[in-house]
Design a binder for this molecule. Structure first.
Ligand code: MN
Length: 233
């Protein structure tokens, strides 16, 4: 049976739920059945964990820094604290049940914060030295910078290589890594680009957007979705 995979959406708490269609396409092409989760409606999280086989945390705006013990700096972007609450509750339940979680961009950051990690609110002002262009000025399926993959890690097994090219659309990054999470991918400027839980079967966060590049046929991106959907099966 094809696994049922919940995907969180952006919610503006007025009119709109929003999700790029590339998430749906990537999960479908990898053999999963995507279900968009209407967060913010006081879902019973225990029911979602029981019925879903896996969870994708989609990209979006910044996390309220109060969740990791900081006040907002000037360069913090837009925040939707209600989405943070909902996603964090859902992630805790999935981790508790040890069901697969794939965190993408903001979702990778949510995973880290749930596990007690912290964030750079803005890498360009908070990190000294040269930082790469992490908000690429190119199409979403353009592969703009390298990520070095940790040897003998879950990701090196998935990709079968020690370096991949990724797209990049973030101005924040993981600072202190949360409990039981291990950095398995970094860019050449030292930014944390991928984290994997050492305690769970499949809990992976990536700072890039593999859904956009999987849809245009990028082999490593398709391998990541294939591995995730297999873990959900
Ligand atoms: Mn990047």
């Amino acid at each position: 049976m094809n696994p049922l995979i919940g995907i969180t959406c952006h919610h503006d708490f007025e009119y709109l739920y929003m999700l790029n269609s590339s998430y749906v396409q990537s999960i479908t092409e990898a053999g999963g059945i995507p279900l968009l989760l209407a967060m913010g409606m006081k879902n019973d999280v225990s029911v979602l964990v029981d019925r879903l086989d896996g969870l994708v945390l989609s990209g979006g705006f910044d996390i309220n820094p109060l969740f990791y013990g900081e006040e907002p700096i000037q360069e913090l972007g837009e925040i939707y604290p209600g989405r943070d609450d909902n996603e964090m509750e859902l992630v805790r339940a999935f981790l508790q049940a040890d069901k697969p979680v794939l965190g993408i961009c903001r979702g990778h950051q949510v995973l880290n914060v749930v596990q007690g990690g912290t964030m750079y609110q803005d890498i360009h002002t908070q990190i000294e030295g040269n930082v790469l262009q992490h908000i690429q000025r190119a199409r979403r399926d353009h592969l703009s910078h390298r990520v070095q993959i940790l040897d003998d890690s879950k990701l090196s097994k998935i990709y079968g290589t020690s370096s991949i090219l990724v797209n990049s659309y973030h101005h924040q990054a993981v600072k202190e890594v949360g409990d039981s999470l291990k950095v398995c991918g970094t860019s050449s400027d030292g930014i944390v680009e991928a984290i994997v839980s050492e305690k769970h079967n499949f809990v992976v966060g990536v700072q890039w957007h593999p859904e956009d590049t999987a849809c245009s046929g990028d082999a490593p991106s398709k391998k990541l979705f294939a591995a995730f959907v297999e873990a959900c099966s």
